[in-house]
Design a protein around this ligand. Structure first.
Ligand code: TRP
Ligand code: SF4
Length: 404
């Protein structure tokens, strides 16, 4: 393992929402499979996050936790390389969430777009709760307690990683300074002259309080122009701009998961809410039935009518599963009516069956050994807690909360 790998910690979570399907496999799990060989990875079940929307019906969560983890394991996530755990079994996440809540302005949470979006989307639920507003901050605590450097997430979650960076920056600014640093920095500011000092202070404030990156760049340029300050002072003031001093909670990077190209049975994105999924443990007969009955180009009414693959959801599945050769055969056969739609679906059905067979088999093995799954999660939880406790103890100390 090289240094870069050891230094890079990757963390991601998934809310327990039931059995996973091919959309999750192609969109998220295949990415995790790759990352687990490249980085120090931890993947966890975000059961507290699920509670923010399912607080009236918590039974769903418990069931889904086991099913979801079995799906992870069946897909090839290896508990020997990646730590797997359940969020609520690492209560340190909750303490950090509480401590971070003290320094997080309400406006930062209210302006996270998922807050209003989800309230509108899940109208039947009352999401005007304290917990739901804090959803992204809980996610920040998940990430920061682990001092993750990379967070694989989909497009919609990038704003949550952005918030995490702002919270970390604010934390480090408030609690990460070393003795005497601020005095020295303030003395250096004075050396810039009245006008320069005032401009520096304004820009610094705009960056630290509003995350204004333009202000940061301007302040850095301003320091570059100064004639009256020493090199040491310049470095001090550069650090002071961004918080300076010690970094207790490093800022993570979002590792954007490439958008899943997995189409559902109707050509829309595969999603439980569209009812167009094939689950990872679908029995072969069901896989066959679902694919045989899936719609094709609606213009192709009779076998003798030529079709247009570009108007057909089956063609999209060929993009995921078929070689160029098979795709050539399908397009040619479709547009000339040389093959029927069932012929065309044949290679796709075979490919999906081949993909799912080993997953289904491993899922059966894990289902038959619930104790093994429990052990994997509690062991992963213990390993995660070690890291979490260490971070938390530094956080408490920095905030003046260590009484021993
Ligand atoms: N909010 C994420 C989602 O809905 C799940 C999640 C919770 C998460 N905590 C996390 C993802 C920390 C990455 C890191 O998908
Ligand atoms: Fe779709 Fe294939 Fe039928 Fe053409 S032959 S309409 S691509 S299923």
């Amino acid at each position: 393992m090289n240094l870069a790998v050891e230094n890079r910690r990757v963390l991601s979570g998934m809310r327990p929402t039931g059995k996973l399907h091919l959309g999750h496999y192609h969109g998220v799990l295949k990415n995790w499979l790759k990352l687990q060989h490249e980085y120090d990875c931890a993947f966890f079940v975000a059961d507290w996050h699920a509670l923010t929307t399912e607080y009236e019906n918590t039974g769903i969560i418990k069931e889904s936790v086991w099913e979801m983890v079995i799906d992870w394991l069946a897909a090839g996530i290896n508990p020997g390389s990646a730590k797997l755990f359940i969020q609520s079994q690492v209560p340190e996440h909750a303490e950090l969430h509480l401590l971070l809540s003290m320094i997080t302005p309400l406006g930062w949470l209210e302006r996270v777009p998922t807050y209003k979006d989800q309230q509108l989307k899940l109208k039947e639920k009352d999401l005007a709760t304290y917990g739901f507003l804090g959803y992204p901050l809980l996610q920040s605590a998940d990430i920061l307690i682990y001092r993750a450097t990379g967070v694989p997430v989909g497009e919609d979650q990038v704003v949550h990683v952005e918030l995490t960076r702002e919270v970390a920056r604010r934390f480090n600014h408030l609690y990460g300074r070393e003795a005497g640093f601020e005095e020295k920095a303030e003395a250096a500011v004075k050396k810039m002259g009245k006008k320069g000092a005032k401009l520096y202070a304004t820009l610094r404030k705009a960056y630290q309080e509003q995350g204004d990156h333009e202000a940061l760049a301007k302040a850095q340029a301003l320091l570059g122009e100064q004639q009256n300050i020493t090199l040491g002072d310049r470095e001090r003031l550069l650090g002071y701009l961004e918080g300076g001093g010690k970094i207790i909670l490093p800022e993570p990077q979002a590792l954007l998961t490439p958008a899943s190209k997995m189409p559902g049975l109707d050509g829309q994105k595969m999603s439980k809410s569209y009812g167009n999924t094939i689950t990872l443990r679908e029995v072969p007969e069901e896989v066959e039935r679902k694919l045989r009955t899936m719609p094709t180009d609606t213009q192709r009414v009779r076998r003798t009518d030529p079709g247009d693959p570009d108007l057909c959801p089956v063609w999209q599945l060929h993009q995921v599963y078929s070689s160029d050769e098979v795709k050539g055969w399908a397009r040619e056969g479709c547009t000339t009516a040389a093959i029927g739609c069932l012929d065309c679906k044949g290679p796709v059905i075979d490919a999906v069956q081949a993909e799912l067979a080993p997953i289904r088999e491993r899922a059966e093995e894990f289902t038959a050994q619930p104790q093994l799954v429990r052990n994997i999660l509690s062991e992963g939880g213990e390993r995660a807690r070690e890291v979490a406790r260490e971070t938390l103890s530094e956080v408490r100390q920095a905030m003046g909360l260590s009484y021993s």
